[in-house]
Design a protein around this ligand. Structure first.
Ligand code: B12
Ligand code: SF4
Length: 482
């Protein structure tokens, strides 16, 4: 039997994902979809890829496109914020074509497989963790018309005799280089249909890639249920091959390296940079680094190899909060890393989180002032969100009020309020931090300078500015002490 597979990302509208910032939203192709599509293609399936999330499709639009492909298997990838939309789509597919097998994968379903199958009857199966081997095994069984044994297939959770059966996970892929190159050609409109926010790219068209899987750090707010605590990666040689493929076959000129901590292995990063420089690929890129895993030499290497921006997860400007987060990071080290990055000619961005258990006005103020004291070009301020799979998830109800409304868990809405603070306190502290950070002449001039070099970004910047004014105009109803 021919397997006709449709792979989708969750149909979450741009407005749902970005709220007030929707007009300046970033649309990036899903790396999970192209990785999964590549192995399914190798396994001989007919594949349709629908990146519903990046395209901002509604559930109805995604359903229509799916039915047009007449699939016998539909695989959906979703984070927590997208799980309800994914479930609505799966439910609609089952109502229209009851014989279609629906599989949900990604971090949310991996962290809560039993609950996901109980809560959302539209899903037949949950793919646990890393998906390539599980998807291939599943397609082989469908091809052999052996649907019954899917219930006991390693890597899957399924309903069986009125209960949920969670099978053991498959071993993690030992050598990622054995995977086929991501199947970008199966993404309709790639790369020109995708447009990340101008703050994230320098050139266009662009693509986002993830070269490493897993992180050994312990941050309590972070969900590592898919790839675990050991960091594995493509070899530097293969990573450069992925970049070359994007440039030579798709005209991509900019890469967003989205690894959790790209700088985790000095040897791998150095070799990657050396190879990029030697190949003279003329591709610009950005990445995420941990402040304690960089040094001046590595940073200047990144710059020479075409990297123009590095983002750091700084999270808090208060040492006690950082300690409680198990971030294992020293504020002086952060200051040094940002200074070194700037000295190397890199633009810098900091990620911050507000509303950790134990926070009070003083710690929120400390975070704002710390951010302002660093020579950062950009910041992103998120509301603490206790994601399933993180250590925080189980503990959150003990430390404050937690509303686990999946749709709202996008780090922009406030779903957790630590004891001692109010929702209003948190939202006004965030608005104040963004306002005070950006409303400084040197930050504004730097931004204008960058835009003058990239007029393409102007439209989105105007939209971003309007959203910025709307968000930061929120005046505190309760006053935060200065
Ligand atoms: C890149 C990235 C982004 C990009 C997404 C670009 C894109 N279109 O893909 C951007 C910057 C836009 C983004 C945004 C957000 N992200 Co994000 N992001 C990531 C990151 C770093 C990498 C994702 C990735 O591509 N991984 C590589 C692929 C290959 O892995 P994968 O997606 O897990 O897929 C594998 C398996 O899960 C499985 N699988 C997945 N789906 C399916 C489906 C089937 C059918 C099968 C069989 C298998 C399967 O197989 C795949 C291959 O092995 C992850 C962390 C991480 N390391 O994964 C966070 C992560 C997914 N993001 C996270 C969050 C919180 C967000 C935001 C809500 C807020 C934020 N902080 O930025 C937003 C909103 C996203 C949304 N749409 O809901 C959380 C999600 C937690 C949760 N439970 O929801 C993560 C896990 C980070 C973390 N550790 O906390 N993100
Ligand atoms: S936040 Fe970053 S460093 Fe911390 S555990 Fe998650 S991926 Fe690792």
């Amino acid at each position: 039997m021919t397997t006709r597979l449709v792979l989708l990302s969750a149909p979450v509208s741009i407005a749902e994902r970005y709220g007030a910032f929707a007009a300046a939203a970033s649309t990036e192709p899903s790396f999970a979809l192209v990785c999964l599509a590549a192995v399914a293609q190798q396994a001989g399936s007919e594949i349709t890829v629908i990146d519903a999330s990046a395209r901002g499709l509604t559930v109805t639009q995604a359903l229509q496109e799916t039915l047009r492909a007449d699939p016998n298997v539909v695989g959906i990838t979703a984070t927590t914020a997208g799980i309800v939309a994914a479930a609505e789509l799966a439910g609609d597919i089952k109502r229209n074509r009851p014989d279609t097998i629906t599989v949900i994968g990604g971090c949310h379903a991996t962290a809560l497989p039993e609950q996901t199958l109980t809560e959302f009857p539209g899903f037949d199966l949950v793919a646990l963790g890393e998906g390539e081997d599980t998807l291939c095994a599943l397609l082989r069984h469908v091809q052999k018309e052996d649907r019954e044994s899917l219930q006991s297939l390693p890597g899957l959770a399924a309903r069986s005799d009125g209960r949920i059966r969670t099978n053991p996970r498959r071993p993690l892929i030992h050598d990622l280089d054995q995977l086929p190159l991501p199947a970008w050609s199966l993404l309709p409109g790639f790369p020109r249909a995708f447009r990340p926010s101008p703050a994230r790219i320098k050139r266009w068209p662009c693509a986002s890639v993830v070269f490493t899987r897993g992180c050994p750090n312990q941050c309590v707010f972070c969900d590592r249920s898919v790839f675990g605590h050991r960091c594995r990666g493509y070899s530097a040689e293969r990573a450069v091959e992925i970049v070359k493929d994007l440039r030579d076959h798709f005209g991509v000129r900019e890469i967003l390296v989205e690894d959790d901590t790209f700088t985790a292995s000095r040897a791998r990063v150095t070799e990657f940079c050396e190879r990029l420089i030697a190949e003279r690929l003329d591709v610009s890129w950005s990445c995420l680094g941990r402040a304690d895993r960089v040094d001046p030499e590595v940073l200047s290497f990144l710059r020479k190899a075409g990297c123009w921006q590095i983002s750091y997860g700084i999270e808090s400007g208060h040492p006690e909060i950082l300690k409680a987060m198990k971030k294992n990071l020293d504020l002086e080290r952060v200051r040094q890393a940002v200074a070194w990055s700037r000295a190397a000619g890199l633009r810098t961005k900091g990620f911050f989180i507000m509303g950790f258990p134990g926070e009070n006005h003083d710690t929120l103020n400390a975070t704002r002032e710390f951010a302002k004291s660093l020579p950062l070009d950009d910041i992103t301020v998120m509301q603490l969100t206790p994601f399933p799979g993180s250590e925080l998830y189980a503990m959150a109800p003990r430390w404050g009020s937690f509303e686990p409304d999946w749709r709202k868990m996008n780090t922009l809405e406030t779903v957790f309020i630590p004891d001692g603070l109010t929702k209003d306190d948190l939202e006004s502290a965030r608005a104040r931090m963004i306002r005070e950070f950006y409303m400084r002449w040197h930050v504004i001039f730097r931004m204008i300078g960058r835009l003058m070099g990239h007029p393409r970004a102007a439209w989105a910047t105007v939209a971003g500015l309007r959203a910025f004014l709307r968000v930061t105009r929120q005046r505190p109803r309760t006053r935060t002490p200065p």
